[in-house]
Design a protein around this ligand. Structure first.
Ligand SMILES: Cc1ncc(COP(=O)(O)O)c(C=O)c1O
Length: 409
């Protein structure tokens, strides 16, 4: 097989990645005990949740065996240490996001992206909107980024405030947002736009700069970063968004962790209401360590690695007639001139049901997701198999997967 050369905007080809990057990946993979303990298995479901490196496991153990206490209550050392750990974790998130104005922004801990988006919809959005205002909702994205906004609309209607929900326009073939149609749709009453950074089914980078250009300088943009944190650099100094919401567990921290970052420059101040009770202290400790780990590893290099693996899988699948790859075809392959796909590849077999295909793949040791991926009602109507990659995955795993898929063709 000859691998076509690519220009600098194209996807890296795994053979062409430097020896340094391959050594770097080997050293990182070795830090995931659950991965190294099972060389016969391939974990290909990181978009659902990521595996945890030893450093995160160590933090959990050390915290629980040396410091465990509640935060913000107590006068003794463990409680004080825990309180400052939570505060330091807020700053860690700001640094991770390259926050240009950390004294102004807010960081609120949640159990994940879903709770983060719901908190914004419930506690903040009603204060932004007046009768006749419009919000844009990404109806073919993850349900977690749809349902909260529709609930906010109903909540406001009960108070006599009627807002209009405008479905985000999409390009049919690629699953990308249609920025031209969005420009036409957006007007002076468009106050709020919910968007995803990386699409959880198609893997596309949804081009947030173009959304800002389409909707103008005044609309609030709320970014669902569930699939981008830890997969590519997310810099709020570059992205003109107002909220970044993500799940810690997809970024290598414990389940039950996540955060909302709020810029606090458009609309009312973000101050989540109500008594939220004791924080998930050990989860927050794990999140701070996970972000340290990701920064040391380098989100840009993780992105290069996983994009290269995804391109390899796509190229292989395109040679197998029995499979249909979802999303834009031209920007998926390794020789594409512009590569905006991250490490997510979703496909269907023309004759085998996706659920059945998932079982067959697991019988060969491949852990993939096979269903409708919690996509909103404007998304795919039938199931598919999603392979989602992280830094611990290898080219060998992709080649083994392709070999099995080929036998089913
Ligand atoms: C794009 C996107 N948004 C939101 C979520 C929900 O994340 P969580 O279940 O951690 O709240 C997911 C989970 O898969 C996702 O992929």
């Amino acid at each position: 097989m000859t691998t076509p050369r690519i220009d600098t905007q194209g996807a890296p080809v795994i053979e062409e990645l430097t020896e340094e990057l391959r050594e770097w990946q080997r050293a990182l993979r070795a830090q995931f005990p659950i991965i190294t303990a099972h060389p016969e298995l391939a974990y290909l479901d990181s978009a659902a949740t990521a595996q945890k490196p030893q450093a995160v496991l160590d933090t959990v153990h050390t915290y629980l065996t040396t410091t465990n206490a509640n935060a913000g209550r107590g006068t003794y050392t463990w409680a004080n240490r825990t309180t400052s750990l939570v505060e330091q974790a807020r700053d860690r998130i700001r640094r991770f996001l390259n926050d240009p104005d950390p004294t102004r922004s807010a960081v609120h801990f949640t159990s994940g992206t879903t709770e983060g988006l719901r908190t914004i919809a419930r506690d903040w959005l009603p204060g932004l909107l007046a009768d006749g205002d419009e919000i844009v909702v990404p109806v073919a994205d993850h349900e977690a980024n749809i349902a909260p906004w529709l609930e906010a609309q109903r909540q406001l209607a009960r108070q006599g405030v009627h807002i209009r929900v405008r479905p985000m326009p999409y390009q049919q073939a690629s699953g990308d947002y249609d920025h031209t149609a969005l420009t036409e749709l957006a007007g002076p009453r468009t106050r709020f736009v919910a968007a995803s950074h990386i699409h959880h089914v198609y893997g596309g980078n949804m081009n947030i700069h173009r959304i800002r250009r389409a909707v103008g300088p005044h609309a609030v943009i709320c970014l669902d970063a569930a699939q981008s944190i830890g997969h590519l650099p997310v810099s709020v100094a570059d992205l003109d968004v107002d909220f970044v919401v993500f799940s810690g567990h997809k970024a290598m921290a414990l389940p039950g962790t996540g955060a909302v970052w709020a810029r606090q420059s458009r609309g009312p101040e973000f101050t989540p209401g109500g008594w939220s009770g004791s924080p998930n202290t050990v989860g927050i400790a794990s999140l701070a360590t996970a972000l340290d780990w990701l920064d040391t590893a380098g989100s840009d290099r993780i992105g290069q690695w996983t994009v290269a693996l995804a391109a390899r899988l796509t190229d292989g699948l395109r040679r197998l007639d029995a499979y249909e790859i979802l999303g834009c075809q031209s920007s998926l392959a390794a020789d594409a001139s512009a590569q905006r796909r991250q490490g997510i590849v979703t496909f269907r077999h023309h004759a085998i049901d996706s659920g059945d295909l998932g079982f067959v793949l697991f019988s060969h040791g491949f852990m993939v997701r096979s269903d409708q991926h919690c996509q909103g009602s404007a998304g795919e109507r039938t199931g598919s198999v999603r392979v989602s990659l992280h830094v611990y995955n290898t080219a060998d795993e992709i080649d083994r997967l392709l070999a099995v898929l080929a036998t089913l063709g």
